[in-house]
Design a protein around this ligand. Structure first.
Ligand code: PLP
Length: 393
């Protein structure tokens, strides 16, 4: 037998990608499947962004760039932080990577030693714990429930922090819960973090503009500026501009660690694609109306979907603050069935019998729930609801 590293044996393939693939397989085999598993907007990348990429190709921007990103894109990112977030960074505090996923991966590799603890609130983006494990760190999960709108309390954070804690991850608005922390909630969490200087903070702002609380977007640095020297802001163009395939994410933080992350990237993937960087620069510098239009569509679908889910027996869904996910409890539906023991089994049943692909909450550390992506047409959502009603009603 070929020997595998402990590192790779500690992790599993991304379950969200697995559901999407499974749905695609069934569809290819002739089954009629409605996919609500996808983690990407269903809109096309806006035209002015595509044009910028085509122009970049024509202008010969087809070679290696600086590992940490082109000067033009880094400038656009620095201006974005100033304009949208009131945060100031120098060029050596910015690292552009091949997607937000690589930004977090670089961060985990640059900051964690074997056994170092990384605190991750559940439900979490599926990749955080596995990336921490690849870095030989120890994921420490804080569980939440619908009672606190899937948000952690300052007390929970205080109790989770130990001398070995190196990293605390916060994602708001959240994939998969759709919930966002208020400025006051972040301030209370910031007060706890202030007391523990050994803890670095990663705020994953990937869904920043997809928000409808009526309050402006805020992150932990807006709430607690004192954490600036140990906080990493992770963001990207994937979700905001419907650019998941272009693979551009970026990180901002203390220059020394950003420099270490750059060193890791220089020995793994080098620069992100030159053409994608030109497109991302156009996205950040160009007109922002395209973002608002997508958010408006997501909000309409959200309102329809949450309402319709709550009418299905055994399903309970909170209204979300943003993103394009609903995260209802299906515990009632699970309990009502003798042959179904878990959300995973229910998701399998719904895929086979109802032709609806959902991601079970266990994948996000919250069993009993399902994640439904509403990055799909209203018609698909209505059909999916009809099928769920029939299967569960
Ligand atoms: N962060 C969160 C919370 C996400 O949901 C995702 C994508 O699903 C990412 C980061 C990574 O995005 P990408 O690597 O596609 O830029």
């Amino acid at each position: 037998d070929v020997q595998l590293s402990n590192r790779v044996q500690a992790i599993k393939p991304s379950p969200t990608l697995a559901v999407t693939n499974k749905a695609a397989e069934l569809r290819a085999a002739g089954h009629d499947i409605i996919g609500l598993g996808a983690g990407e907007p269903d809109f096309d990348t806006p035209d002015h962004i595509k044009t910028a990429a085509i122009e970049a190709i024509k202008a010969g921007q087809t070679k290696y760039t600086a590992v940490d990103g082109t000067p033009g894109l880094k400038k656009a990112i620095i201006e974005k932080f100033k304009r949208d977030n009131g945060l100031n960074y120098e060029p050596n505090q910015i690292l552009v990577s091949s997607g937000g996923k690589q930004s977090f991966f670089n961060l985990a590799l640059a900051t964690l030693n074997a056994g170092d603890e990384a605190i991750i609130p559940a439900p979490y983006w599926v990749s955080y714990p596995d990336m921490v494990l690849v870095a030989e760190g120890k994921p420490v999960i804080i569980e939440t429930s619908a009672e606190t709108r899937f948000k952690i309390t300052p007390e929970q954070l205080e109790n989770a922090i130990t001398e070995r804690t190196r990293l605390f991850v916060i994602n708001s608005p959240s994939n998969p819960s759709g919930m966002a922390y208020s400025l006051d909630e972040l301030k209370a969490i910031g007060e706890v973090l202030k007391k523990h200087p050994q803890v670095m903070v990663a705020t994953d702002d990937m869904y920043e503009p997809i928000l409808w609380t009526g309050q402006p977007f805020c992150n932990i640095l807006n709430a607690t500026p004192e954490l600036y020297d140990r906080t990493f802001v992770l963001n990207g163009v994937s979700k905001a501009y419907s650019m998941t395939g272009w693979r551009i994410g970026y990180a901002a933080g203390p220059a020394k660690i950003i420099g270490s992350m750059k060193k890791i990237q220089s020995q793994s993937t080098s620069n992100p694609a030159s053409i994608s960087q030109a497109a991302a620069q156009a996205a950040l510098e160009g007109p922002q109306e395209c973002v608002g239009e997508m958010v408006k569509a997501f909000k309409e679908r959200h309102d329809y979907l949450v309402d319709a889910l709550n009418k299905i027996q055994g399903v309970e869904c909170l209204k979300g603050d943003g993103t394009f996910y609903a995260f209802p409890s299906f515990q009632g539906a699970i309990d009502a069935r003798e042959n179904i023991e878990s959300d995973v089994e229910l998701a399998e049943m719904l895929l086979k019998e109802a032709g609806v692909a959902l991601v079970p909450g266990s994948a996000f550390g919250a069993p009993g729930h399902m994640r439904l992506s509403f990055a799909t047409s209203m018609e698909n959502l209505q059909n999916a609801i009809e099928r769920l009603q029939k299967a569960l009603g």
